[in-house]
Design a protein around this ligand. Structure first.
Ligand code: GDP
Ligand code: MG
Length: 441
């Protein structure tokens, strides 16, 4: 399973805290040479799990004084001998410590995610847990943090393991029948048992898939798209909402030609605000492309803000099936005379912006994400679920005649679930997942 670049015999090190100046920097070292390194830098090997204040030395000089925290194999994050040096958070101290570590033959800088990868291979965490850990480190909002912590709870793995086991059992029954019967017809009692398992698993997978889309949005952000005529004030509103000049604002119609995306934390929910070109007919080719992009943005929107600085909102065909918040903009200079339930705002004075924000938060499709259930939270996991479900759907009662066909689809389904939870782990999946980790994790 270990790729050529990841010899477990090698000892790796990395800065595990953020780079730059800080009170403390944590440098982590893992692998078989850790004890050797400790003897040479600290003088001896400290007792495991006990912090020791020590002078770190190299080539006859003191690098720094810091805390040394040693974990003996197998009781460490990676399962290997591992030490954390907590030194002063200066780039010079870290660089000097790195030089001391690099001087030891067989020691090298870690690849992104390599500590976690070793933890996975040592069975300290599982694949879904590793993915959730990456998400936890990436989390910006409260809901992202919650989702990532839940991903580490093991609930998803344990439910999927159970579902997978029942598919494997069903398949074993069918295969035993293939081996023992001459006809190839599957007996009714066996069929009924297999069908019952398949249905049960199918139901659960379907429910997980429905919720998966919402949870994926928590990772990537709900898409809130600003739409409306040119000069409605979309770009100005976007800037007002994020508090900086992200989009170009101009009274010249058609200034925003590309879509601009900025992230926003709305009561803990991650939101991506998407500014679009105003939709109108134009001869300008660049602007036409902008309008096409605007329509694509609308198609992927979770919520649409439809702005107008008059009391008239032209029909937005591209957003017909979306939740739309009708926004009456620029009320400071174009006062509104009609009633109606439009949210009145002025991006200039800030009037109504608070109300608009809570209206957006209210309309985010987050209901399913609030239900307590095991969660599929990544595109990769969702694709595995999909593949499993497709295979099971092929087992319609009409198709339940040929034993080989049944066994084959049960195999595809249980393998897909196996890939999801990491019971089956091809190298390319590992490379894909860990390549996106930061160094030092
Ligand atoms: N008085 C006033 N002017 C605004 C407001 N919002 C936008 N504008 C002005 O309206 C013009 C068009 O704004 P812009 O945000 O570029 O509109 P967009 O085409 O919808 O992106 C600019 O001159 C803005 O300064 C507002 O709330 N009050
Ligand atoms: Mg604009």
């Amino acid at each position: 399973m270990d790729g050529a670049r990841f010899h477990r015999a090698e000892t790796i090190y990395a800065l595990s805290s953020a780079s730059g100046r800080a009170g403390i920097a944590v440098v982590r070292v893992s692998g078989p040479l850790v004890r050797h390194i400790l003897r040479s830098i600290v003088g001896d090997v400290p007792r495991p799990r006990l912090a020791r204040l020590a002078k770190l030395r190299h080539a006859g000089e003191v690098i720094d004084e810091g805390l040394v925290l040693f974990f003996g194999t197998p009781n460490s994050f990676t399962g290997e001998d591992l030490v954390e040096f907590q030194v002063h958070g200066s780039p010079a101290v870290v660089a000097r410590l790195f030089r001391a570590l690099n001087d030891v033959k067989g020691v090298r800088l870690a690849e992104p995610g390599e500590f976690t990868r070793r933890a996975l291979i040592a069975g300290k965490i599982d694949l879904v847990g590793a993915e959730a850990l990456a998400d936890l480190i990436d989390s910006d909002t409260e809901q992202q943090r919650r989702l990532a912590i839940d991903g580490q709870s093991g609930r998803l793995q344990s439910e999927l393991k159970t579902l997978r086991r029942s598919l494997l059992e069903a398949r074993a029954l069918v295969e035993a029948d293939i081996d023992f019967s001459d006809e190839g017809d599957v007996p009714d009692a066996l069929l009924a048992a297999v069908e019952a398992s398949v249905l049960r698993v199918e139901d659960r997978l379907r429910a997980m898939l429905v919720a998966a889309k919402d949870f994926e949005r928590i990772r990537t952000g709900f898409r809130v798209v600003l739409a409306g005529d040119v000069n409605a004030g979309k770009s100005t509103l976007l800037n007002a909402l994020v508090g900086r000049d992200a989009a170009i604002v101009s009274s010249k119609p058609g200034t925003t030609r590309d879509t601009i995306e900025v992230s926003l934390d709305l009561g803990g929910w991650p939101v991506v605000l998407v500014d679009t070109a105003g939709i109108r007919s134009t001869d300008d080719e660049v602007e036409q492309e902008g309008i096409k992009r605007a329509e694509r943005a609308l198609a992927s929107a979770d919520v649409v803000l439809h702005l107008s600085r008059s009391d008239h909102w032209p029909i937005l065909t591209a957003a017909e099936d979306k939740p739309v918040l009708v926004v009456r903009s620029q009320i400071d200079s174009y006062p509104s005379h009609s009633g109606g339930d439009a949210i009145r705002i002025s991006a200039l004075t800030g009037d109504g912006i608070g109300r608009l924000l809570s209206a957006i938060e209210h309309r985010l499709p987050k209901e399913r994400a609030l239900i307590d259930q095991p969660v599929v939270f990544r595109e990769r996991q969702r694709l595995c679920l999909n593949r499993a479900l497709e295979a099971l759907t092929r087992l319609q009662p009409a198709a339940m005649t040929e034993a080989e066909l049944i066994a084959e689809n049960l195999r595809i389904a249980s393998d897909s679930l196996g890939r999801l939870i990491g019971d089956i782990m091809p190298e390319e999946v590992l490379g894909e997942i860990f390549g996106r980790f930061c160094i030092g994790k």
